[in-house]
Unconditional design. Structure first.
Length: 491
């Protein structure tokens, strides 16, 4: 029981800090849209996508491998081997980039922004170097220290961005602070965001020095071989899982046939960031539910518990979808004016993230049945659909096709995962009930979209009333009012 309490406590700390990090990071996005134009935000969107992808490549699954082998061998030797391996490969990447910098800038299409590429490479390397020290903190059961460093990282990023994008131009213009003119360039706005990431990475490295100095500078070849053999498939799976959320951002500039592809990418990237509010809710579910999954896996009621979780995650997603899409006329003012004209695609993207949440909740079956190797099949299907459909449809329909491809991708991943679950770990999911809620949700959504009011306040009241009716219907159908009444009486 004490171990479960310890797990619950650590999960709470990791979960709350992770949600705070994501929420604080999200606040940086609307600020950037007010400070830069759509083209600059397009550059930011593409480079951040490359950052996420290459970070997976440069850590090549060693974070997970460290947890696996730190319990099998001397943790110090495993840490040193993994950390030195990443330091070596990161150094090689930096050297290759510096030697072939002109080639990379030409191929990427950013000949006028070569410094941006250098900054992005530094960001990628910094993130890679932080991976194993952070994993060591988790291994040593230091959730509070882990969370504090992560939060300091995010807050530092925002403060540095605010300094360069707002404080510097204000102080130069209003107070003529001369020395700032030597470090501030008004045409380098997006670059300062990457500078902020680098500074926050340096701060994190400094805070992690007590863990880093414990490196023994031992490179154990036997451990390294086992690490690579175990971690490489994880890296491939991570890449496949990451592609549905990144491939369109990487390829849109190259495949879009509109007059200004980079501007289209910027608008689309802002829409994705906006819809990613759903991801914060998914993250909350992830940290709250995953330990619960495993603690319930041996109980007789586990199957019903998992089925209920999948059902309620689906319902919660439908409610979030209605809330964000119905209130978009008001919420749109949190982003820059240049990005507000194409927010119709947010509706599609929000729904795609809801489907991702359902896919994640469904993934419980292969986690508790030790069939995690099958995850590669589902992510592989998603990656193939993402790559093929985007290459085919972006030249024809632009970024709207990418949004619908995300929906199709996650839907396919859900269907394939569900089919496999019938054979490996059957969960008695009430599919009919979930589809019933989806039909009601979609019907109310269409009603809200089709009825127009001249007054925005009246429109919001009407649409949010529809959400309330949906919630009350769920409470009535699921019999939740009995549970609520029972809790109230106990209170």
């Amino acid at each position: 029981m004490s171990s479960l309490k310890k797990l619950a406590g650590q999960t709470f700390v990791y979960g709350v800090s992770s949600i705070l990090q994501k929420f604080i990071s999200f606040l940086l996005f609307p600020y950037i849209t007010f400070m830069v134009g759509a083209e600059d935000f397009g550059i930011y969107t593409e480079m951040i996508a490359y950052t996420g992808l290459l970070n997976i490549v440069l850590t090549y699954g060693l974070e997970t491998g460290f947890f696996r082998f730190a319990n099998k061998y001397d943790p110090g030797r495993v840490f040193s081997t993994a950390f030195m391996s990443i330091v070596s490969t990161s150094s090689i990447v930096v050297v290759i980039f510096l030697f072939f910098r002109d080639y990379f800038t030409r191929v990427s299409g950013y000949t006028d922004y070569s410094l941006y590429l250098l900054l992005v490479v530094i960001v990628i390397v910094m993130d890679s170097l932080l991976a194993i020290p952070f994993a060591k903190l988790r291994f040593k059961n230091r959730p509070l220290r882990f969370s504090i460093i992560k939060l300091v990282n995010v807050i530092t990023t925002i403060l540095i961005a605010l300094f360069f994008l707002s404080a510097c131009p204000y102080l130069i213009e209003k107070h003529n602070v001369g020395f700032l003119k030597s470090i501030y360039n008004p045409d380098f706005k997006v670059g300062y965001v990457f500078v902020a990431y680098i500074v926050s990475g340096i701060v994190s490295l400094i805070m992690l020095l007590p863990e880093i100095v414990e490196v023994r500078f031992i490179f154990d070849r036997r451990i390294f071989k086992e690490l690579i053999y175990y971690s490489f498939p994880i890296m491939i799976s991570q890449i496949a899982g990451f592609l549905p959320d990144a491939f369109d951002k990487i390829m849109l500039k190259h495949l879009d046939t509109s007059a200004d592809p980079l501007k289209s990418l910027g608008v689309y990237g802002a829409n994705i960031k906006f819809a990613a509010l759903v991801n914060i809710a998914i993250q909350m579910f992830r940290y709250a539910a995953e330990p619960f999954f495993f603690s319930e896996s041996g109980k007789d009621s586990a199957n019903k518990t998992y089925a209920d979780i999948i059902k309620y995650v689906s319902v919660f997603g439908f409610i979030i979808f209605m809330f964000l899409t119905f209130n978009l006329p008001m919420l749109k003012y949190i982003i820059g004016e240049e990005f507000r004209n194409s927010l119709d695609v947010v509706h599609i993207l929000v729904f795609s993230y809801v489907l991702y949440g359902i896919f994640y909740s469904l993934s419980v079956w292969y986690k508790v049945s030790d069939n995690t190797h099958l995850a590669f099949i589902f992510t592989g299907v998603g990656a193939l659909i993402t790559i093929g459909a985007n290459i085919w449809l972006i030249p024809l329909f632009g970024y709207h096709s990418s949004a619908w491809i995300r929906v199709a991708t996650y839907m396919a991943m859900i269907v394939v995962s569900y089919i496999f679950s019938r054979y490996y770990y059957k969960i008695d999911i009430n599919v009919k009930r979930i589809l019933f809620y989806f039909v009601i949700c979609f019907s109310l959504y269409l009603i809200g979209k089709s009825i127009h009011f001249e007054n925005l306040s009246f429109a919001l009241i009407f649409k949010n009333t529809l959400i309330l009716l949906f919630v009350l219907m769920i409470v009535r159908v699921e019999g939740l009012y009995k549970f609520i009444l029972k809790r109230k009486l106990k209170g």
